[in-house]
Design a protein around this ligand. Structure first.
Ligand code: 6GU
Length: 234
């Protein structure tokens, strides 16, 4: 997978992609992320990328020309499966969206800033608009990092067995069960006996039931999404 990210502050995104799982995906050649500084596509002495909103009001608007130049120069190299605009008024990001995006080859992500982009950018270029939740960030960069992380870790070969995505919270609309490691007893606190038993079927059953219990307690809304799950267990 190739992900191009357009930003006015690409430096914000250098950290997340040079560490951990994302770095490993890059090193293995499974996912390549390229950052593009929108200012490189601005013209004039000022390298202006934003301007006052027509009609007035507080806040600057990202201009169409630098964005159009940047997107079109990238489109000469690659055909994009999706051109994504990160914005608080986009569709709320969730695990099914991450799963779907992880199947794509080429993604282009435009990070919004200020009061957002000129509406004509959205009309002409954008195929998908994503928000990561109901709160406002000062720019789309951190949100883009969240999306890229959630998507890249799902690509086959990125995770190993220990970090498998199959048992993630949300992958089956259930939260993950509690986990324990050594020591088996810590200051009188004991690991549930069944986990020490070596009895795989019993362990799986315990984990499933613990997942259902935890989901009912913490996120009953997820249970309503898939009413068959755990319904024998009420
Ligand atoms: Cl994608 N951008 C901004 N600026 N704020 C957000 C967001 C995105 N998602 C949630 N809040």
């Amino acid at each position: 997978m190739h992900i191009d990210i357009i930003s006015v502050v690409p430096g914000l995104l250098e950290g997340p992609f040079s560490h951990s799982i994302l770095k490993r995906a890059e090193d293995k050649g499974i996912a390549k992320i390229q950052l593009h500084n929108l200012r490189d596509f601005a013209t004039g002495k000022q390298k202006q990328v934003d301007d006052y909103a027509f009609g007035g009001g507080a806040g600057m608007v990202m201009m169409i020309e630098p964005i159009a130049r940047c997107i079109e120069s990238l489109q000469e190299k690659r055909t994009y499966d999706e051109i994504i605009y990160m914005t608080p008024d986009g569709k709320r990001f969730d695990q099914p969206m991450a799963n779907a995006l992880s199947l794509q080859q080429n993604l282009l992500i435009l990070c919004g800033h200020y009061k957002g982009v000129d509406e004509r950018v959205r009309e002409r270029y954008i195929t998908k608009e994503i928000s990561i939740g109901d709160y406002v960030l000062s720019g789309g960069e951190l949100a883009a990092a969240v999306v890229a992380d959630a998507v890249i870790r799902l690509i086959p070969g990125v995770l190993n067995d220990e970090t498998s995505a199959l048992t993630d919270s949300f992958q089956d609309d259930l939260l993950a069960p509690p986990v324990y490691t050594r020591p088996a007893e810590y200051e009188g606190m004991n690991v549930p006996e069944v986990l020490l038993s070596g009895h795989e079927a019993k362990i799986n059953e315990w984990r499933f039931e613990a997942s259902v219990r935890r989901t009912k307690e913490r996120r009953p809304d997820l249970m309503e999404k898939s009413p068959t799950k755990g319904s024998d267990n009420q």
